[in-house]
Design a protein around this ligand. Structure first.
Ligand code: KMT
Ligand code: NI
Length: 178
């Protein structure tokens, strides 16, 4: 499975793990209660993987592209990394499949605490529409990720506060029962 933990509150380098001392892990089941879902796949065969095909078909992930996040490959690298690390939400699910390297996705739990999810090669994650989150590279400064989307992709991010969007209200309501 994937490893996740509650973050410390320090403003030190965002690429560091920021674990609490002692570490306070967050399980996959706890992530599920936030609407965050996870699959482990074989990234070596992503171009022909029947498991990935099945997920794409079942979830309706018609769109896909691949983004390589590295100093030399991503235009406006510094600017984009800064944007990705601003706390934001989207009106649609964010679906990412790590094909190489590693990275962190941070999501807010029900009590508004940061949970850091350590993603590496073969990890596919879905963040629900309306969840506050952010993204950073780790100290290896490199990841290659597949971006999946239902229909035509909309990358627009709304930085916090974005509490008045219907999708945010719907997301918050969905946390009640879970
Ligand atoms: C987002 O909206 O948080 C992102 O697209 C993160 C970077 S994609 C690996
Ligand atoms: Ni996002």
């Amino acid at each position: 499975g994937v490893e996740a933990w509650y973050m410390d509150g320090s403003d030190e380098d965002q690429r560091k793990p920021h674990r609490l001392e002692p570490n306070q892990p967050v399980s996959l089941d706890e992530l599920k209660t936030l609407g965050v879902f996870y699959w482990k796949l074989n990234a070596d065969i992503y171009e022909t993987d029947p498991e990935l095909e099945k997920i794409r078909k079942e979830q309706g992930y018609s769109y896909m592209d691949i983004i390589t996040i590295h100093q030399d490959t991503l235009p406006d690298y510094e600017k984009k990394l800064k944007m990705f690390f601003e706390e934001h939400l989207h009106l649609d699910d964010e679906i990412r499949y790590i094909l190489d390297g590693q990275a962190y996705f941070d999501v807010r739990d029900k009590e508004d605490r940061w949970v850091r999810i350590a993603m590496s090669k073969g990890d596919l994650i879905t963040l629900p529409a309306g969840i506050y989150h952010r993204f950073t590279l780790d100290e290896t400064n490199y990841t290659k990720a597949m971006r999946l989307f239902v229909g035509e992709p909309v990358w627009k991010a709304y930085n916090r506060p974005a509490d008045n969007f219907d999708i945010r209200q719907k997301y918050v309501a969905s946390l009640q029962g879970s």
